[in-house]
Design a protein around this ligand. Structure first.
Ligand SMILES: [Ca+2]
Ligand SMILES: [Ca+2]
Length: 209
């Protein structure tokens, strides 16, 4: 009987680990959110201000700067990109993204570069605490967006783009991230595993009495 209980424990443990593995798989395969600003339609060089229009993330800036959607085909991906600056478009203002839940797989495009090399910086905050400052290095080829890859960071809660020195500033496009919130099937598998553990524990108690 003791051997039988050990066997059941092993089965329950296996189910939990299968559940956990599936959780990891479903986290990894969660579709990333991509914010490319195309849904605003053509808005001209100085379009609407982006703040909380996109689920999962809040856009902001400091001082008198605002996050403006701009239409200039051929510079970013599609027609529209984000330009943060004082009204009148200089695209040199600080851009802050604050995520509702921690995210992973963060990347975005730097667009409209005129000068090559490090032309901006981005601070990464993990679980609410400052983690690192990364260089934003661009090609200096105006119509070629440069990828800023922050996928080395997990549980990112905000990013802050600042110190833009590129001539005429830089725009931003295709903000991409994957939410770290578990999917329903992850919860289902964890509950199944817990249920089995409870069942085995009850069985063991009954036999002991
Ligand atoms: Ca775009
Ligand atoms: Ca520029």
């Amino acid at each position: 009987m003791k051997a039988m209980n050990s066997f059941k424990h092993a089965i329950a443990a296996s189910f939990i680990s299968i559940g956990a593995s599936m959780g990891i798989v479903s986290l990894a395969s969660a579709a990333p959110t991509v914010i490319g600003f195309e849904d605003f339609g053509p808005v001209g060089i100085s379009g609407p201000t982006v703040t909380n229009q996109y689920p999962g993330v809040l856009f902001s800036s400091t001082g008198s700067n605002v996050n403006i959607v701009s239409t200039q085909p051929g510079i970013g991906d599609g027609d529209n990109f984000l330009c943060t600056g004082s009204p009148g478009i200089n695209c040199t203002g600080e851009t802050i993204l604050t995520f509702d839940n921690p995210v992973s797989g963060v990347s975005f495009l730097a667009v409209g570069s005129n000068n090559s090399g490090v032309q901006a910086l981005v601070d990464v905050f993990v679980n609410g605490a400052f983690a690192a400052t990364n260089n934003i290095t661009v090609s200096g080829i105006f119509n070629t967006p440069d990828l800023v890859d922050l996928s080395a960071f997990n549980n990112v809660t905000s990013i802050r783009i600042h110190d833009i020195t590129d001539g005429g500033g830089l725009g931003w496009d295709n903000f991409t991230f994957t939410s770290a919130v578990p999917e329903p099937e992850t919860y289902a598998m964890l509950l199944l595993g817990l249920g089995l553990l409870g069942f085995v524990a009850n069985r063991k108690k009954a036999i002991a009495v």
